[in-house]
Design a protein around this ligand. Structure first.
Ligand SMILES: [Zn+2]
Length: 478
């Protein structure tokens, strides 16, 4: 997520105090081929001294990951979505309940009129469901389905949930309606499972940021919408059905989606295919400040630049829906809700496809693992951005703090995005660009399709002691 204006204000305030740093300019000119120094790059295999291995290739998704099928219908009122979520879940730890996060019922989203209600629950092992976290506005922030008995690790259960999502008025959020447009992301009950850990029952916070944790799931989406609307969503989309009864049905499949975004609007679209074969589709509404072709070109360029540093784009497709200018962008697996016509914001959201989409994290516990890296990536694509970001290293605050530790959006953006990115840029400078980039590539490949932790990052940084020192001083790594 990127709330561009607020973040810019927060960091600019620091710039006035801290001024420019001398190495900001030289950082941009650093050659990626710069030789590692005495600190060797991370290449070793696991060994007795704790050195961490870098995989020869990117880690594969868990073959036992959840399977999620969403069958959705946007009503003719264009603000009511009815749906059924069918889930096959094979936990890696014993469970006696299933926990779903109802993101639309979080405090800010509920205030704007968004609401997610769960109806009938069906499943071989499920007894009944109930709402929890009633402190969140609306029916509750979590929905818990009790199982008839304990499900052992490695055993599967299948469940279907009916639900109704009401979309509120347009705002910088993952749900809303506007002229010719309805969009919803995290609009279905979200399986809140952290493999190896358990249920993520974190509280909601009143910040403009995500608080979810969810596993990569083999996901299909089928959505029926009024026939004048074009759908841009997570996953590789098939051509829509022919119009019938004033409606068309759109389908998609994404084998590794943590969550799903759907935008249904009177979009004009443009398609591109990147040199590595990623299909990019951008859509804009009439009167947009930029054309779909421009947005598509920005996305292709961002993917190319980031692939050089981070390896192949995680998905086969990317859709970018340009919404009215609410001032930011919101990332979803293989889909971006771009709510401002900004190239820099788009770079940030494309970077999230690696950090959050592929390398997952608890967005409540460790928000910096996706937000600091996505902001850092802005300077990867546009090195001049480092000049603006680096002074944020002097801001007070712990980069690695959880979402409930921030007083408000201004503090959160300044510390997690600004200071976090500055710490990563400074760590790269300290370790040497080649050694640091190799370590980050290792982190990405080793933690693909998992929920990573700061300890996982610390492990791959290994003997890059000066980089670890920078990140430790910023309280990103403990
Ligand atoms: Zn972000």
């Amino acid at each position: 997520m990127s709330a561009r204006r607020r973040a810019a204000v927060a960091v600019a305030g620091v710039l006035l105090l801290a001024g420019c740093t001398s190495f900001a300019d030289t950082l941009a000119a650093e050659d990626d081929a710069r030789a590692p120094t005495a600190e060797s790059p991370v290449t070793a295999s696991p060994s007795a001294d704790g050195e961490v291995s870098c995989p020869a290739k990117r880690a594969e998704p868990d073959p036992d990951r959840p399977r999620v099928d969403l069958d959705l219908r946007l009503a003719d009122d264009r603000r009511t979505v009815t749906g059924t979520e069918t889930l096959t879940f094979t936990p890696d730890l014993p469970v006696d309940e299933l926990v779903f996060r109802l993101v639309p019922n979080g405090p800010d989203s509920a205030k704007a009129g968004n609401r997610l209600e769960v109806g009938r629950v069906r499943g071989d092992d499920s007894a009944h469901g109930r709402y929890e976290q009633a402190a969140a506005a609306g029916p509750g922030g979590l929905y818990v389905v009790d199982l008839a008995g304990e499900l052992a690790a490695g055993e599967s259960t299948r469940l279907a949930l009916d639900f109704t999502l009401t979309l509120g008025s347009g705002a910088f959020d993952r749900f809303g309606t506007d002229d010719g447009l309805s969009w919803w992301a995290s609009g279905a009950p979200l399986l809140a499972w952290e493999p190896g850990v358990g249920w993520a029952e974190d509280p909601f916070v009143e910040l403009s940021g995500e608080t979810t944790t969810s596993p990569a799931a083999d996901t299909t989406v089928e959505v029926s919408v009024p026939q004048d609307l074009t759908v841009l969503m997570t996953g590789a989309q098939a051509a829509p059905t022919a119009a019938r009864g004033g409606r068309r049905t759109w389908t998609s499949h994404e084998p590794v989606a943590r969550d799903v975004s759907v935008a249904a609007g009177t979009f004009t679209t443009e398609e591109r295919t990147t040199p590595r074969g990623v299909r990019v589709t951008a859509g804009v509404l009439s009167g947009a400040e930029v054309e779909a072709a421009q947005v598509a070109d920005w996305a292709v360029a961002a993917i190319g630049a980031l692939e050089q540093r981070l390896g192949p784009f995680p998905y086969g497709t990317l859709t970018v829906a340009l919404l009215p200018d609410y001032g930011g962008g919101i990332e979803y697996p293989s889909a971006i809700l771009e709510a401002t016509p900004s190239r820099a914001v788009l770079v940030h959201e494309v970077a999230h496809q690696w950090f959050y989409g592929m390398v997952g994290n608890s967005q409540f516990r460790d928000p910096w693992l996706d937000e600091a890296f996505a902001t850092y990536a802005e300077a990867v694509v546009n090195p001049a951005d480092a000049t603006d970001l680096l002074p944020a290293l002097t801001i007070d605050g712990d980069v690695g703090a959880s979402m409930d530790r921030f007083a408000g959006d201004r503090n959160y953006f300044a510390v997690v995005y600004g200071k976090g990115a500055a710490a990563l840029l400074t760590a790269r400078r300290a370790a040497g660009a080649a050694a640091f980039d190799a370590a980050i590539r290792c982190y990405v490949d080793a933690n693909a399709w998992r929920i990573a932790t700061p300890a996982d990052l610390g492990a791959v940084l290994g003997r890059l002691t000066s980089a670890v020192a920078v990140l430790t001083r910023a309280h990103a790594l403990d």
